[in-house]
Design a protein around this ligand. Structure first.
Ligand code: F6R
Length: 617
């Protein structure tokens, strides 16, 4: 969990490297660092390796560089999210070898670092940090005999674990090397320039042509060439460039004070983009070309298991209700971290659906591997092109949410729901569990969602009022039933992670089994109560809370006259088919969490202790 950037070209490397890191800050923000190779002012001056690093956010490093900038046209940089060794300056990357000539940045975890470190110390290597990373650069130093490429390859053969690295050496100032195994890495090229980065937005200012480096591969960049090789064999690998369609503006805040607010507002467009091309012209069928290779498997599947983490797990829960209702196939939903260790009962007729925004979540990847070993077929729902999850799936259904930068997931979640709806309708159509007329009706409703989401985003009066009144509350309770039970979980998660207020999400029917004891005149209870087959039941919950003088904030359907009667505050969503309601009811809850976090002066986009992609267990 870190972000890395590498550059070689004719520009000022510091500028490119820092700009790149700004787009990767979501990956880690407890320390930052940069290294460049500087030839000095004379054309043929002595080359020196210059390193600057510090504890804290990228802004601290930027202030350091403003005072004393680094020169050079080649370099590497890093933002860190600590795993081994506390966040401090010596543990910040880049790290360098004993000769002080080779510098390296790393994202991942080296599992056998202790054993390697002991060996290296015995051989006289002097370590300066507590990180696992430092062993890699010492190994490279040990193997260096005049060819950096060879030394990196030899070193990587020794390490076990996950890594994406970028390496430079003072003795080879025209070479930038990257490698990956288990952590994301892309290489980009432009006229006379080469780039490395953990994620696409870091390169978008300079190029949209990238190579997706695979596990076990190394990339050697010079100003005018790219060579990709297999780490084990050393043989060259042929790889096509991929053209990225996102533009830089998409990856920036566009005038919003936070990425999270921008991303909440992008939901109508993101939903539209995710639906695009997946509904027939006559609006009577769902088209998922991506699933064509699995047509036979899908016809004989007898169980679906959805695995995912956090917000994506909540999407999976909505998926369960939807698929079971529309397709009558049993669906289990597990957090990936539980699934991978519970020896799940899976066979060739089980379909596993992995959901992940980043496509790099370590537990989800491990769960997928477990399922594959047991013979299951795997489909993934993912937002990041070419990410690890997509590469390990038999078919991928992409969410087209665009880059999600805020740590708290919003638009990726609603797009995950949209893909799950499409998938359920596709299965229902294939298995003939819905009539043609009903299918058509549902498709039309689905297409109306972006417009309904726009309507919700236009009127924030009630949400703002609730944020103003309750931002100092000690806790929040969220209740929902059936399809909107996951919405309650998601609302509670959002407020927890960005406002640091304790919140519980509960199924309404469970209230009497415990949480009702919490109700008091100071506890805001958010009740997700749109029109549904359990509307009466939610209404009973609301009355029970009112009877105990709790504060009720309800999310109800337009035209509802009963829920407002018993609530202190009501946010309305447009009327919608019950199964699609979670894609709308969640929006006011995202906004509530956002505005409360702002009122509490929290760091909305980068909440403490969290990172955007959890690439370690
Ligand atoms: C919450 C949040 C996390 C992620 C979880 C899975 O707002 O963002 O709970 O949903 O870490 O991440 P992905 O979807 O990238 O696998």
């Amino acid at each position: 969990m870190c972000g890395i950037v590498g550059y070689i070209g004719e520009r000022n490397a510091q500028e490119v490297l820092i700009k790149g890191l700004r787009r990767l800050e979501y990956r880690g923000y407890d320390s930052a660092g940069i290294a460049t190779l500087d030839a000095g002012k004379k054309p043929k001056g002595n080359i020196s390796l210059q390193v600057k690093k510090c504890k804290g956010k990228l802004s601290t490093l930027r202030s350091m560089l403003e005072k004393r900038p680094l020169r050079g046209k080649i370099g590497i940089s890093h933002v860190r999210w600590a795993t081994h060794g506390i966040p401090n300056t010596s543990n910040a990357h880049p790290h360098w070898d004993c000769s002080g000539k080779i510098a390296l940045v790393h994202n991942g975890i080296i599992e056998n670092y202790e054993q390697l470190k002991e060996e290296l110390i015995r051989q006289g290597h002097l370590f300066r940090s507590q990180t696992d990373t430092e062993v890699i650069v010492h190994l490279i130093g040990r193997y260096y005999k005049g060819r950096l490429e060879e030394a990196v390859r030899k070193a990587l053969k020794q390490v076990r674990g996950a890594y994406a690295i970028a390496v430079i050496s003072k003795d080879e100032p025209d070479t930038l090397i990257g490698a990956r195994s288990g952590s994301p890495l892309i290489a980009g090229t432009a006229q006379g320039e080469g780039f490395l980065a953990s994620d696409i937005p870091a390169l978008l200012d300079y190029t949209n042509e990238v190579f997706l480096i695979d596990d076990g591969q190394m990339v050697v960049l010079t100003r005018n060439s790219v060579k990709i090789i297999d780490v084990q064999s050393g043989e060259k690998v042929r790889k096509e460039k991929v053209k990225i369609q996102w533009d830089v503006a998409q990856a920036e805040k566009e005038g919003y004070p936070h990425f999270m607010l921008k991303e909440i507002h992008e939901q109508p467009k993101a939903i539209r983009d995710t639906l695009m091309g997946r509904i027939s012209r006559r609006r009577d069928a769902v088209i998922l070309q991506e699933l064509a290779p699995l047509r036979k498997t899908l016809s004989c599947v007898n169980k679906i298991v959805i695995i995912s983490c956090g917000t994506a797990w909540h999407a999976g829960l909505v998926g369960k209700y939807t698929i079971e209702r529309l397709c009558r196939i049993p669906v289990e939903v597990d957090t990936s971290s539980e699934f991978r260790y519970r020896d799940p009962i899976i066979d060739k007729r089980t379909l596993v659906v992995a959901i992940s925004q980043s496509g790099e979540t370590a537990d989800t990847l491990a769960g997928m591997r477990e399922a594959k070993d047991k013979g299951a077929k795997i489909i993934s729902i993912c937002n990041v092109l070419g990410s690890s999850v997509t590469r390990e799936s038999q078919a991928v259904l992409y969410t087209h949410a665009g880059p999600e930068i805020a740590v708290a997931s919003t638009k990726a979640y609603t797009c995950q729901l949209i893909v799950l709806y499409l998938f359920a309708l596709y299965l229902a159509q294939a298995r003939k569990t819905l009539s043609g007329a009903r299918l058509k009706q549902l498709i039309r409703e689905l297409e109306r969602l972006p417009h309904s989401a726009e309507k919700i985003l236009k009127d924030k009066k009630v949400v703002l009022e609730c944020a103003r009144r309750y931002y100092k509350s000690f806790g929040f309770l969220y209740l929902g039933r059936a399809l909107n039970f996951p919405t309650a979980l998601e609302g509670a998660l959002k407020i927890k992670e960005i406002s640091y207020i304790h919140a519980e999400g509960y199924a309404g029917g469970e209230m009497k089994h415990g949480p009702i004891a919490l109700i008091n005149p100071h506890l805001p209870v958010v009740c997700v109560a749109p029109s549904s087959h359990v509307h009466d039941k939610m209404l009973s919950n609301i009355q029970e809370i009112k009877a105990r003088k709790g504060i009720v904030i309800s999310v109800a359907s337009a035209g509802d006259e009963l829920v407002p009667h018993h609530s202190n505050h009501v946010v309305y969503i447009p009327k919608v088919e019950e199964i699609f309601s979670p894609a709308l009811t969640v929006i006011p809850l995202q906004l509530l969490a956002y505005y409360i976090a702002v009122k509490r002066d929290c760091d909305v986009d980068q909440p403490k202790n969290l990172a955007k992609s959890v690439t370690v267990e």
